[in-house]
Design a protein around this ligand. Sequence first.
Ligand code: GDP
Length: 457
Amino acid sequence: MYVEDTIAAIGTPVGEGGIGVIRVSGPDAPAIARRIVRRGNENGDFESHRFYYGMVMDPDTADSVDEVMAVLMVSPRSYTREDVLEIQCHGGYLVTRRVLDAVLRCGARLAEPGEFTRRAFLNGRIDLVQAEAVIDVIRSKTEAALSLAQHQREGRLSERLDAVQGSLRHGLALIEAFIDFPEEEVDSATQGEIEARAREALARIDELLDGFDEGRVLREGVSVLIAGKPNVGKSSLLNTLLREKRAIVTSVPGTTRDIIEEVVNVRGLPLRMLDTAGIRETEDIVEQEGVRLTLEKIPQADLILFVLDGSRPYDDDDRMILDALAGRRSIVVVNKSDLPASLCLPGDLEGVRNVPISTATGAGIDDLREAIFDTFIHGHAIDSREYVALSQARHRDALEKARGRIVVFLENLAVGHELEILAVDLRDALDAVGEVTGETTPDDILDMIFQRFCIGK
Ligand code: GDP
C-alpha cells in the first residue's frame, strides 16, 4: 500500500553542524519549492538538478526563515524516483526544524523511518537487498564491513540472486510448455535440461550460503571474551588491542544494548569486546569471584581469548576456566613472554591454537590479531572489489528455504512426478528467492526492515 503523498524530513543528524538538509519527496515537491524558496528575481519552475541560492520564506507570514541552497530533482531522476526537493540550510537544531515546519505547512507529511528508501524500492529503482544495504552502509564500523555493504548496495548480490532466479525461471518455462500441451511427453533431452537448470540454481545458492558466516561476521562483528584468572594480563591485553586501530565506539540507544561497546578493528573484522568493565573490576574482587564472573560470560562469546601467564605454572584456576571452555571457539594466549617461562601447557590444550605474547613489549600481538582474523575469515580477499557475500540472517533463511524446495523438486523429477507438482516446487523456490529481493516479501517484513532506518533516509 503505497500512498502517493508528499513526505518530508530532516535528512541530517539532529544537532549542530555546518549544514542541515531537509528532504521532500512526492508530487507536491515542485510546488513547495516555488512557494517557500525565494530566488532573488527568479520566479516560475525550478530547473531539474540545478542548485539555486535563495531564502526559505515562512509560507504564512512571508518572513525569512533561513538562507539556503535548494535543488529540485524531477521524477524519475531522483533517490525515490519521485519529484525530490532538497534544501540545504544552516545545520542547527532549531533552524532545520523551522525549515521542515515551513515545508510541512505547505501540505507535506512527516516521513516515517526509512520511507524515502522504501519509495525507492517500491518504485523499482533498487531491490530490497540494495535497500537493506543502505542502512548497512550508514552503520558500517570498519572498512571491510563498509565495502561489503557498498557492493550489496551497488547490486552485486542482487546480480547473483538474479542468476539464481534466471535458472529457476528457465526450468519452470520448460515445464510449463509441457503443461500447456498435455498430449506431449517430456523427452529425455528436455528432462535433462530442466534438471541442469535446477542444479545450476542449487549450486549458485550453495555458493551464497557458504559465504554467509563470513559476511555475517563482517557485518555484525564477533563478540570476544578475554578470559583468565586474575593477574594474567587480561586488562593489559584489552588495552593493547584497544590502543591499536580502534574502531568507532558506538552507543546503541533505546535497545537492551544501551551501553558503550568497545569495538576493536582487526583487519576489518569488528570485535565487540564483552564485559570490558568486568575485566577491569576483577582486580578488586577476590580471586575466586573474578574467575566465577568470567565463567558466566563464556556462553555469550563467539570467541574466547584464554589468557595464561607464561611466567607462572599452570594451576587449578586455569584448569577451571579451561573446563568451562570445552566446545567453545578459543585461542590460548600465553602472556608475559618477556619473563622467564615456567608454564607447561597441559596435554588437553594440544591442538588448540596458542599464541605467545607480551603486552609489556608488544611481542606477538600481530600474530594474535592474525589468529583471530583467521578463525573467522578463510582465505577470501574481503577487501577485493569482487567480494560479494550474504550477510543477513533473513537472506540466509530464505535461500535455505529455496534450497529445500529445489532438492524436493529434483527428487520429484527423478521419480517422474506430475508436471504440475514439479512446477509448484520450482515456483515455491522462486518465491523464496523473491523474499530476499523483495518481489514476494510480505508487508509486515517490509515494515520491520524499514523501521530499522533513521527518519530522513
Ligand atoms: P588481569 O588481572 O588479568 O586483568 O591482569 P593485568 O592486566 O591487570 O596485569 C596483571 C599484572 O601483570 C600487572 O602488574 C601488569 O603490569 C603485568 N603484566 C601484564 N602483561 C604483562 C607482560 O606481558 N609482561 C610482564 N612482565 N608483565 C605483564
